[in-house]
Design a protein around this ligand. Structure first.
Ligand SMILES: [Zn+2]
Length: 197
């Protein structure tokens, strides 16, 4: 693990941004670098994981429930995480973060996001939906229900490590439908990469 200080891109404070990086070997995947940014001046915080090796676009699908809450997940900032049964989706963007966790951790993050949304909305319909989704998530954790977790990454920097996780290559159409969280010209680069193969 290494630490250094740099200037904050948000508040511009000089040498107040603490940058922590850590590399870790993930079985069947390769070496990843986890980085955390924390500005001691304005409190800006960001985390991401980067896979050091070059990878192909990938899609993982896993039926999740009580029995695989511990399955490990590497989610990069460029990936899209979906639970279609619950209508939940996290897309890449300035707010999205990369992290290493497990199925339970992902459910906790979804639950927290829904609770935050619930505290902000005054719309009754939205409130009812949020309460329903939170109940659903609890049922998945308790073993009463199973749902599908889909992790799609056009850069292949994400993985679900579980023997039942289905790994498929993303089709060109699927890649086009995904947000990358980067500027759109990245899509052209992606297409070029695909042509190379
Ligand atoms: Zn700052």
């Amino acid at each position: 693990m290494s630490k250094m200080f740099s200037d904050c891109p948000i508040c511009k404070a000089h040498q107040r941004m603490e940058v922590t990086t850590k590399t870790e070997k993930i079985p069947y995947f390769g070496e990843i670098m986890e980085s955390t940014l924390l500005c001691h001046e304005c409190g800006y915080k960001h985390a991401d994981t980067i896979c050091i090796e070059k990878k192909d676009p990938v899609k993982y699908t896993l039926l999740i429930g009580k029995d695989n809450l511990n399955a490990r997940i590497v989610k990069s900032q460029s990936s899209t995480l979906t639970i279609p049964e619950l209508g939940l989706k996290v897309e890449p963007g300035p707010q999205s973060q990369g992290y290493v966790s497990n199925v339970e951790g992902v459910l906790d993050r979804f639950e927290k996001a829904v609770k935050t949304a619930l505290s902000w909305t005054e719309d009754q319909q939205s409130q009812q939906n949020a309460v329903k989704i939170i109940g659903f998530i609890d049922e998945v954790k308790n073993g009463d229900k199973k749902v599908t977790l889909i992790l799609e990454d056009p850069f292949g920097h994400s993985i679900i490590i579980d023997e039942n996780a289905q790994k498929t290559e993303l089709t060109k159409e699927e890649i086009k439908g995904l947000k990358t969280g980067f500027l759109t010209f990245e899509n052209d680069e992606l297409e070029m990469n695909n042509k190379d193969k």
